[in-house]
Design a protein around this ligand. Structure first.
Ligand code: NAD
Ligand code: UDP
Length: 338
Protein backbone atom coordinates (compact mmCIF):
# COMPACT_ATOMS: atom_id res chain seq x y z
CA UNK A 1 0.00 0.00 0.00
CA UNK A 2 1.10 3.61 -0.51
CA UNK A 3 0.59 7.06 0.98
CA UNK A 4 -0.26 9.88 -1.46
CA UNK A 5 1.13 13.29 -0.53
CA UNK A 6 -0.72 16.05 -2.40
CA UNK A 7 1.52 19.12 -2.46
CA UNK A 8 4.32 16.79 -1.40
CA UNK A 9 7.04 18.68 -3.30
CA UNK A 10 6.55 21.72 -1.05
CA UNK A 11 8.35 22.65 2.15
CA UNK A 12 6.47 20.55 4.71
CA UNK A 13 5.50 17.86 2.18
CA UNK A 14 9.08 17.10 1.13
CA UNK A 15 10.23 16.74 4.76
CA UNK A 16 7.24 14.50 5.49
CA UNK A 17 7.96 12.42 2.38
CA UNK A 18 11.47 11.83 3.69
CA UNK A 19 10.26 10.97 7.18
CA UNK A 20 7.57 8.51 6.16
CA UNK A 21 9.68 6.89 3.42
CA UNK A 22 12.39 6.32 6.05
CA UNK A 23 9.74 4.72 8.26
CA UNK A 24 9.23 2.10 5.56
CA UNK A 25 6.03 3.38 3.89
CA UNK A 26 5.71 3.72 0.12
CA UNK A 27 5.22 7.35 -0.87
CA UNK A 28 3.70 8.90 -4.00
CA UNK A 29 3.72 12.68 -4.54
CA UNK A 30 1.24 14.67 -6.62
CA UNK A 31 2.06 18.36 -7.03
CA UNK A 32 1.37 21.01 -9.68
CA UNK A 33 4.75 22.63 -8.82
CA UNK A 34 3.08 26.06 -8.52
CA UNK A 35 5.22 26.73 -5.45
CA UNK A 36 7.88 24.02 -5.53
CA UNK A 37 10.56 22.28 -7.53
CA UNK A 38 10.87 18.64 -8.64
CA UNK A 39 14.43 18.87 -7.35
CA UNK A 40 13.05 18.60 -3.78
CA UNK A 41 11.63 15.15 -4.53
CA UNK A 42 14.75 14.12 -6.43
CA UNK A 43 16.74 14.93 -3.28
CA UNK A 44 14.30 13.09 -1.02
CA UNK A 45 14.80 10.03 -3.23
CA UNK A 46 18.55 10.49 -2.94
CA UNK A 47 18.43 10.88 0.86
CA UNK A 48 16.15 7.91 1.44
CA UNK A 49 17.63 5.68 -1.26
CA UNK A 50 14.05 5.06 -2.47
CA UNK A 51 12.48 6.13 -5.73
CA UNK A 52 9.64 8.54 -4.82
CA UNK A 53 7.25 8.87 -7.79
CA UNK A 54 6.29 12.48 -8.57
CA UNK A 55 3.08 13.00 -10.54
CA UNK A 56 2.94 16.54 -11.89
CA UNK A 57 -0.75 17.24 -11.62
CA UNK A 58 -3.38 19.43 -10.06
CA UNK A 59 -5.45 18.42 -7.09
CA UNK A 60 -8.43 20.37 -8.44
CA UNK A 61 -8.36 18.15 -11.55
CA UNK A 62 -10.11 14.78 -11.18
CA UNK A 63 -8.18 13.22 -14.08
CA UNK A 64 -4.85 14.10 -12.48
CA UNK A 65 -5.90 12.53 -9.19
CA UNK A 66 -7.28 9.52 -11.05
CA UNK A 67 -3.82 8.99 -12.56
CA UNK A 68 -2.33 8.67 -9.09
CA UNK A 69 -5.07 6.39 -7.71
CA UNK A 70 -5.10 4.12 -10.72
CA UNK A 71 -1.32 3.75 -10.91
CA UNK A 72 -0.61 3.12 -7.20
CA UNK A 73 -2.34 1.20 -4.37
CA UNK A 74 -3.07 4.33 -2.30
CA UNK A 75 -4.77 3.67 1.02
CA UNK A 76 -3.86 6.91 2.86
CA UNK A 77 -3.54 10.54 1.78
CA UNK A 78 -1.81 13.52 3.37
CA UNK A 79 -3.33 16.62 1.82
CA UNK A 80 -0.76 19.46 1.81
CA UNK A 81 -1.70 20.95 -1.59
CA UNK A 82 -2.79 24.54 -1.25
CA UNK A 83 -1.85 28.16 -1.65
CA UNK A 84 -0.63 29.63 1.61
CA UNK A 85 0.32 33.33 1.38
CA UNK A 86 -1.97 35.37 3.63
CA UNK A 87 -1.36 38.73 1.87
CA UNK A 88 -1.90 37.22 -1.58
CA UNK A 89 -5.15 35.66 -0.37
CA UNK A 90 -6.44 39.10 0.62
CA UNK A 91 -5.59 40.44 -2.86
CA UNK A 92 -6.83 37.35 -4.75
CA UNK A 93 -9.53 35.72 -2.62
CA UNK A 94 -11.22 33.89 -5.49
CA UNK A 95 -7.98 32.23 -6.50
CA UNK A 96 -7.53 30.99 -2.91
CA UNK A 97 -11.11 29.77 -2.45
CA UNK A 98 -11.08 28.08 -5.87
CA UNK A 99 -7.73 26.35 -5.42
CA UNK A 100 -7.86 25.35 -1.78
CA UNK A 101 -11.52 24.36 -1.53
CA UNK A 102 -11.69 22.71 -4.94
CA UNK A 103 -8.58 20.68 -4.08
CA UNK A 104 -10.20 19.38 -0.87
CA UNK A 105 -13.53 18.57 -2.58
CA UNK A 106 -12.03 16.90 -5.65
CA UNK A 107 -9.69 14.84 -3.52
CA UNK A 108 -12.58 13.61 -1.34
CA UNK A 109 -14.55 12.57 -4.43
CA UNK A 110 -11.68 10.66 -5.99
CA UNK A 111 -10.78 9.02 -2.68
CA UNK A 112 -14.41 7.85 -2.32
CA UNK A 113 -14.42 6.49 -5.87
CA UNK A 114 -11.34 4.41 -5.03
CA UNK A 115 -12.44 3.27 -1.57
CA UNK A 116 -9.61 5.18 0.10
CA UNK A 117 -10.85 6.30 3.52
CA UNK A 118 -7.89 7.68 5.47
CA UNK A 119 -6.88 11.32 5.22
CA UNK A 120 -4.56 13.70 7.08
CA UNK A 121 -5.14 17.39 6.36
CA UNK A 122 -2.79 20.39 6.73
CA UNK A 123 -4.74 22.94 8.71
CA UNK A 124 -3.28 25.89 10.54
CA UNK A 125 -3.24 27.75 13.85
CA UNK A 126 -4.71 30.62 11.86
CA UNK A 127 -8.18 29.05 12.38
CA UNK A 128 -8.05 30.30 16.00
CA UNK A 129 -8.37 33.85 14.65
CA UNK A 130 -7.76 36.57 17.22
CA UNK A 131 -8.38 34.63 20.43
CA UNK A 132 -6.16 36.00 23.19
CA UNK A 133 -6.29 33.16 25.70
CA UNK A 134 -3.09 31.09 25.48
CA UNK A 135 -2.16 28.29 25.08
CA UNK A 136 -4.59 27.46 22.28
CA UNK A 137 -6.60 24.27 22.73
CA UNK A 138 -8.38 22.38 19.97
CA UNK A 139 -11.83 23.05 21.46
CA UNK A 140 -11.49 26.85 21.48
CA UNK A 141 -13.87 28.88 19.30
CA UNK A 142 -12.71 29.31 15.70
CA UNK A 143 -12.75 32.22 13.26
CA UNK A 144 -10.47 33.74 10.65
CA UNK A 145 -9.17 37.13 9.61
CA UNK A 146 -8.23 36.48 5.95
CA UNK A 147 -9.32 34.34 2.98
CA UNK A 148 -6.40 31.91 3.38
CA UNK A 149 -7.50 31.18 6.93
CA UNK A 150 -11.11 30.73 5.81
CA UNK A 151 -10.07 28.15 3.20
CA UNK A 152 -8.50 26.14 6.04
CA UNK A 153 -11.49 26.52 8.35
CA UNK A 154 -13.98 25.77 5.54
CA UNK A 155 -11.97 22.71 4.50
CA UNK A 156 -11.98 21.54 8.12
CA UNK A 157 -15.77 21.93 8.14
CA UNK A 158 -16.12 19.99 4.87
CA UNK A 159 -13.99 17.17 6.33
CA UNK A 160 -16.02 17.18 9.56
CA UNK A 161 -19.32 16.95 7.64
CA UNK A 162 -18.08 14.24 5.29
CA UNK A 163 -16.71 12.33 8.29
CA UNK A 164 -20.14 12.50 10.01
CA UNK A 165 -21.93 11.23 6.92
CA UNK A 166 -19.56 8.31 6.32
CA UNK A 167 -18.59 6.59 9.53
CA UNK A 168 -16.02 4.50 7.69
CA UNK A 169 -13.74 7.49 7.20
CA UNK A 170 -10.67 8.34 9.29
CA UNK A 171 -9.76 12.02 9.03
CA UNK A 172 -7.04 13.74 11.05
CA UNK A 173 -6.94 17.54 10.94
CA UNK A 174 -3.54 18.92 11.94
CA UNK A 175 -3.28 22.55 12.99
CA UNK A 176 0.33 23.54 12.42
CA UNK A 177 1.93 26.37 14.36
CA UNK A 178 5.07 27.98 12.84
CA UNK A 179 7.22 25.44 10.96
CA UNK A 180 10.89 26.42 10.57
CA UNK A 181 14.26 24.77 9.94
CA UNK A 182 15.21 22.06 7.51
CA UNK A 183 16.40 18.46 7.35
CA UNK A 184 19.77 18.17 9.09
CA UNK A 185 21.45 17.16 5.81
CA UNK A 186 20.92 20.67 4.43
CA UNK A 187 19.74 19.06 1.16
CA UNK A 188 16.05 20.01 1.47
CA UNK A 189 14.53 23.11 3.03
CA UNK A 190 12.19 26.06 2.62
CA UNK A 191 12.50 27.78 -0.75
CA UNK A 192 10.06 30.67 -0.95
CA UNK A 193 9.34 32.43 -4.22
CA UNK A 194 10.43 36.08 -4.17
CA UNK A 195 10.79 37.99 -0.91
CA UNK A 196 9.83 35.75 2.00
CA UNK A 197 6.77 36.63 4.09
CA UNK A 198 7.78 34.47 7.01
CA UNK A 199 10.28 35.34 9.67
CA UNK A 200 12.82 32.50 9.51
CA UNK A 201 13.42 32.48 5.73
CA UNK A 202 13.69 36.27 5.89
CA UNK A 203 16.32 36.04 8.65
CA UNK A 204 18.23 33.42 6.61
CA UNK A 205 18.28 35.59 3.49
CA UNK A 206 19.46 38.62 5.46
CA UNK A 207 22.23 36.53 7.02
CA UNK A 208 23.23 35.34 3.55
CA UNK A 209 23.28 38.90 2.21
CA UNK A 210 20.40 38.35 -0.24
CA UNK A 211 18.37 40.94 1.71
CA UNK A 212 19.78 43.98 3.47
CA UNK A 213 18.00 43.91 6.81
CA UNK A 214 15.08 42.41 8.67
CA UNK A 215 12.10 44.61 9.48
CA UNK A 216 10.70 43.64 12.87
CA UNK A 217 6.99 44.33 12.64
CA UNK A 218 6.24 46.15 15.88
CA UNK A 219 7.96 46.36 19.26
CA UNK A 220 4.97 47.63 21.22
CA UNK A 221 3.00 44.40 21.65
CA UNK A 222 2.11 43.32 25.20
CA UNK A 223 4.90 40.69 25.21
CA UNK A 224 8.13 40.40 27.21
CA UNK A 225 10.16 42.53 24.74
CA UNK A 226 7.34 44.09 22.71
CA UNK A 227 7.82 41.88 19.63
CA UNK A 228 5.36 39.19 18.46
CA UNK A 229 5.50 35.76 20.07
CA UNK A 230 4.95 32.53 18.11
CA UNK A 231 5.25 28.77 18.57
CA UNK A 232 8.09 27.78 16.20
CA UNK A 233 8.30 24.06 15.46
CA UNK A 234 11.14 22.26 13.69
CA UNK A 235 9.86 20.97 10.34
CA UNK A 236 11.24 17.47 11.07
CA UNK A 237 9.26 17.34 14.34
CA UNK A 238 6.24 18.41 12.31
CA UNK A 239 6.98 15.72 9.71
CA UNK A 240 7.07 13.11 12.49
CA UNK A 241 3.66 14.40 13.59
CA UNK A 242 2.30 13.26 10.20
CA UNK A 243 3.72 9.79 10.67
CA UNK A 244 1.95 9.63 14.05
CA UNK A 245 -1.28 10.93 12.45
CA UNK A 246 -1.13 8.27 9.73
CA UNK A 247 -0.78 5.57 12.40
CA UNK A 248 -3.70 7.10 14.32
CA UNK A 249 -5.84 7.14 11.15
CA UNK A 250 -5.10 3.44 10.59
CA UNK A 251 -6.32 2.62 14.11
CA UNK A 252 -9.31 4.98 14.56
CA UNK A 253 -12.46 5.93 12.67
CA UNK A 254 -14.00 9.44 12.70
CA UNK A 255 -12.65 12.98 12.54
CA UNK A 256 -10.11 14.26 15.07
CA UNK A 257 -8.20 17.53 15.27
CA UNK A 258 -4.75 18.12 16.79
CA UNK A 259 -2.48 21.08 17.39
CA UNK A 260 1.09 20.46 16.25
CA UNK A 261 3.26 22.92 18.12
CA UNK A 262 5.82 22.86 20.92
CA UNK A 263 3.76 24.76 23.48
CA UNK A 264 6.58 27.31 23.86
CA UNK A 265 6.46 30.85 22.49
CA UNK A 266 9.50 32.81 21.31
CA UNK A 267 9.54 36.49 20.37
CA UNK A 268 10.95 37.89 17.12
CA UNK A 269 13.94 39.22 19.07
CA UNK A 270 14.46 35.80 20.70
CA UNK A 271 14.62 34.32 17.19
CA UNK A 272 17.07 36.90 15.88
CA UNK A 273 19.36 36.59 18.90
CA UNK A 274 19.27 32.78 18.90
CA UNK A 275 20.05 32.69 15.17
CA UNK A 276 23.01 35.06 15.64
CA UNK A 277 24.39 33.15 18.59
CA UNK A 278 24.01 29.64 17.13
CA UNK A 279 25.41 30.52 13.70
CA UNK A 280 27.94 33.22 14.68
CA UNK A 281 26.51 35.60 12.13
CA UNK A 282 24.94 39.05 12.31
CA UNK A 283 21.31 39.72 11.35
CA UNK A 284 20.90 43.48 10.88
CA UNK A 285 17.36 44.63 11.72
CA UNK A 286 15.24 47.69 12.24
CA UNK A 287 11.97 48.19 14.06
CA UNK A 288 9.11 48.77 11.61
CA UNK A 289 5.37 49.38 12.11
CA UNK A 290 3.13 46.48 13.04
CA UNK A 291 2.04 44.26 10.13
CA UNK A 292 -1.75 44.51 9.66
CA UNK A 293 -3.56 41.40 10.85
CA UNK A 294 -0.75 40.21 13.18
CA UNK A 295 -1.61 39.20 16.72
CA UNK A 296 0.70 39.66 19.73
CA UNK A 297 1.03 36.07 20.89
CA UNK A 298 0.17 32.62 19.60
CA UNK A 299 1.25 29.26 20.98
CA UNK A 300 -0.22 25.78 21.19
CA UNK A 301 -1.36 23.47 23.90
CA UNK A 302 0.01 20.25 22.33
CA UNK A 303 -1.31 17.97 25.13
CA UNK A 304 -3.91 16.26 22.95
CA UNK A 305 -1.29 15.27 20.34
CA UNK A 306 0.99 14.01 23.15
CA UNK A 307 -1.81 11.92 24.66
CA UNK A 308 -3.53 10.50 21.58
CA UNK A 309 -0.90 10.60 18.82
CA UNK A 310 1.94 9.74 21.25
CA UNK A 311 3.95 12.41 19.49
CA UNK A 312 6.09 15.19 20.86
CA UNK A 313 8.71 17.57 19.64
CA UNK A 314 12.38 16.81 20.34
CA UNK A 315 14.29 19.51 18.50
CA UNK A 316 15.32 22.76 20.18
CA UNK A 317 15.48 26.39 19.10
CA UNK A 318 19.20 25.83 18.53
CA UNK A 319 18.41 22.97 16.12
CA UNK A 320 15.87 25.13 14.28
CA UNK A 321 18.35 28.00 13.79
CA UNK A 322 21.29 25.73 12.89
CA UNK A 323 19.35 23.65 10.37
CA UNK A 324 17.66 26.65 8.74
CA UNK A 325 21.06 28.26 8.23
CA UNK A 326 22.72 25.04 7.07
CA UNK A 327 20.11 24.77 4.29
CA UNK A 328 20.32 28.46 3.32
CA UNK A 329 24.10 28.56 3.41
CA UNK A 330 24.46 25.44 1.25
CA UNK A 331 21.68 26.47 -1.15
CA UNK A 332 21.85 30.26 -1.37
CA UNK A 333 19.29 30.33 -4.20
CA UNK A 334 17.23 27.41 -2.91
CA UNK A 335 16.63 24.76 -5.57
CA UNK A 336 17.11 27.24 -8.42
CA UNK A 337 20.76 26.47 -9.15
CA UNK A 338 20.27 22.74 -8.96
P1 NAD B 1 4.32 24.91 0.07
O1 NAD B 1 3.77 26.00 -0.79
O2 NAD B 1 5.78 24.75 0.15
O3 NAD B 1 3.67 23.51 -0.35
C1 NAD B 1 2.37 23.41 -0.89
C2 NAD B 1 2.51 22.62 -2.18
O4 NAD B 1 1.22 22.48 -2.78
C3 NAD B 1 3.41 23.30 -3.22
O5 NAD B 1 4.39 22.37 -3.63
C4 NAD B 1 2.46 23.66 -4.37
O6 NAD B 1 3.11 23.56 -5.62
C5 NAD B 1 1.37 22.63 -4.19
N1 NAD B 1 0.04 22.99 -4.69
C6 NAD B 1 -0.68 24.12 -4.48
N2 NAD B 1 -1.88 24.02 -5.06
C7 NAD B 1 -1.93 22.81 -5.67
C8 NAD B 1 -2.89 22.14 -6.44
N3 NAD B 1 -4.07 22.69 -6.74
N4 NAD B 1 -2.60 20.90 -6.91
C9 NAD B 1 -1.40 20.33 -6.66
N5 NAD B 1 -0.45 20.92 -5.93
C10 NAD B 1 -0.71 22.15 -5.44
O7 NAD B 1 3.69 25.12 1.52
P2 NAD B 1 4.05 24.38 2.88
O8 NAD B 1 4.63 25.40 3.79
O9 NAD B 1 4.76 23.12 2.64
O10 NAD B 1 2.58 24.09 3.39
C11 NAD B 1 1.93 22.84 3.18
C12 NAD B 1 0.49 22.95 3.68
O11 NAD B 1 0.52 23.31 5.05
C13 NAD B 1 -0.32 24.02 2.96
O12 NAD B 1 -1.64 23.55 2.83
C14 NAD B 1 -0.29 25.19 3.94
O13 NAD B 1 -1.40 26.01 3.82
C15 NAD B 1 -0.27 24.45 5.28
N6 NAD B 1 0.34 25.25 6.37
C16 NAD B 1 1.59 25.77 6.21
C17 NAD B 1 2.14 26.55 7.23
C18 NAD B 1 3.50 27.18 7.07
O14 NAD B 1 3.81 28.11 7.83
N7 NAD B 1 4.35 26.74 6.16
C19 NAD B 1 1.43 26.75 8.42
C20 NAD B 1 0.17 26.18 8.56
C21 NAD B 1 -0.38 25.41 7.52
N1 UDP C 1 7.86 39.03 11.41
C1 UDP C 1 8.70 40.13 11.38
N2 UDP C 1 9.34 40.43 10.22
C2 UDP C 1 9.21 39.69 9.09
C3 UDP C 1 8.35 38.55 9.12
C4 UDP C 1 7.69 38.25 10.31
O1 UDP C 1 8.84 40.83 12.38
O2 UDP C 1 9.81 40.02 8.05
C5 UDP C 1 7.17 38.68 12.66
C6 UDP C 1 5.65 38.69 12.57
O3 UDP C 1 5.15 39.99 12.84
C7 UDP C 1 5.26 37.65 13.63
C8 UDP C 1 6.42 36.65 13.59
O4 UDP C 1 7.51 37.35 12.98
O5 UDP C 1 5.25 38.24 14.91
C9 UDP C 1 6.11 35.40 12.76
O6 UDP C 1 5.65 35.80 11.47
P1 UDP C 1 5.45 34.78 10.29
O7 UDP C 1 4.97 35.55 9.10
O8 UDP C 1 6.68 33.95 10.13
O9 UDP C 1 4.31 33.78 10.82
P2 UDP C 1 2.78 34.08 11.27
O10 UDP C 1 2.52 35.52 11.18
O11 UDP C 1 2.01 33.28 10.32
O12 UDP C 1 2.70 33.58 12.67
Amino acid sequence: MAVLLTGGAGYIGSHTALCIANAGLDVVVLDNLSNSSPEAIRRVSELTGKEIPLIIGDCTNKDDLEKAFSAYPIDQVVHFAGLKAVGESVAKPLMYYRNNLDASLTLLEVMAAHGCNQLVFSSSATVYGTIQEMPLKENFPLGCTNPYGWTKLMSEQIFRDVGKADLGLSIVLLRYFNPVGAHESGRIGEDPNGIPNNLMPFICQVAKGRLERLSIFGNDYPTKDGTGVRDYIHVMDLAEGHLAALKYAREHRGVEVFNLGTGVGYSVLDMVHAFEEVNHIQVPYRIAPRRPGDIATCYADPTKAHDLLHWQTHRTLTDMCRDAWNWQNNNPMGYRNA
